[in-house]
Design a binder for this molecule. Sequence first.
Ligand SMILES: [Zn+2]
Ligand SMILES: [Zn+2]
Length: 509
Amino acid sequence: MPSDYIILSDKFWTGTGAEIGFAAVAGGRITTVGSPAEAEPLIDAGVPVKDFASKAVLPGLWDAHVHLLYTGLALFWVDLGGAELISDIQGRLRERLKTGEDELLVGVGYDDAFLADGRMPGGADLDAVSTDRPIVIFRIDGHSLIHNEAARQYLGIDSSWEGIEVGDDGRPTGRVLARANEAVRNRIFDRTSPGFKREAYKAAAGLATRAGCAALCALEGGELFGDEDLDILQGIQPELGIHTVLYNQYPEVASSRRLGLDRIGGCILADGSIGSRTAAVLEDYADDRGNRGRLYLDNAWLKRFVAEAHEAGMQVAIHAIGERAVRQVLDAYEAALTAAPRPDHRHRVEHIELILEEDIERAARLGVVFSMQPAFEHFWGGPGNLYERRLGDRYKRTNRLGSILRAGVTLAGGSDSNITPLAPLLGIKAAVNHPTEGERLTVDEALKAFTAGAARACFAEGNYGTVEAGKSATFTVLGDHPADVPPTEIADIEVVATIVDGDEVYTIV
Ligand SMILES: [Zn+2]
Ligand SMILES: [Zn+2]
């Protein structure tokens, strides 16, 4: 097949160790790679050239854990990130009330850990903004929210749900955690029109490719809501300009079958989050004695669900953040694998912010894939930060990337967007600069987690994750190679182009 074009660069990073100077592309695939001299006959024959000169050409960067709809919707919601006072949150919401026509006002990204008011915000703070317009604001981790009275009525929030916080006076505070948080989020999605969801998916895909992300695992749908979002995503997948692998979070094997997927799960929650103090940890929260979070899933249900999906030949993915939840999920995987051994199942655990030493070994032995978000360390790790506040000295044992990789576990890099930005370079920077020295990754290891590791986590390594002849022509082109800039500046490297299956879907002009 004649080449459509060739890519030249002095700084290819192939992910295989092979040193090359060009890659020829035809029909969306890499047909040949080789030294600069080997490119000359093609150039002489008039094949178009994309000469990136000293820009770095990498295999297309991945994000192994994205909530694409949530990410897209958040682009249209009120951004509460960086708010330092409750009045600041209120001000941003009031501003939108003046201009926006949202039936339901949603805000995202506030972080109570950074509010200087000395108290937690509650429903009354939102009632002060409006008594007739429903308002819901999500905490940065998405695992808790606050709503006003109008939203309680509009969304049918029921005070009997598990996770509705009740104050000393016996009345709901307007703060919602755990399962009730999921229920509210699903009701918001339920009231969002399919047309708006399509726009949100497209906006999120555009955000990704601008950040140099060429491929991602999209974790969509969910309990209480169903699998409709996946239908919408499947319908517009070809228009997104990014390679997407869908994960169906609705925990019914039949639902994945209906969608034609041989995988199930994502953020099926075995526990909550550290920020919301709902992750199932082994010792009390340092700032909430007596609380060790909670396991959300009934053990018998989890084992049954995993066994059924496993025996149907599916890959399973489950969210587990605290040590107790990680152990519970590994127990379920181990039981299913003992009853019905299957090589190369690649069952996934998502997040793994805390883990027992023996469970690292166990995951390696079982062949379980760990899908992790190094940017959590960037935002919450290190001395004096959120992890230390919640966990005390145990903050030194969060997100153990280095130990996990060295134990031989496949590590897939992701963002959990929109919990952290959909920006693989930020994840790579965070992994290389992990506050705990022993858990840092080298630039090569971090790049692999965000390329081959992530591709392997969804059985896509035959086509993606490295620059090799025969694979998809999917590349991320960067202003500099991440190893050639100071480690703290990796996230600032300019994304020059994102090429997906041969098409340049993003380029700076
Ligand atoms: Zn999750
Ligand atoms: Zn997630």
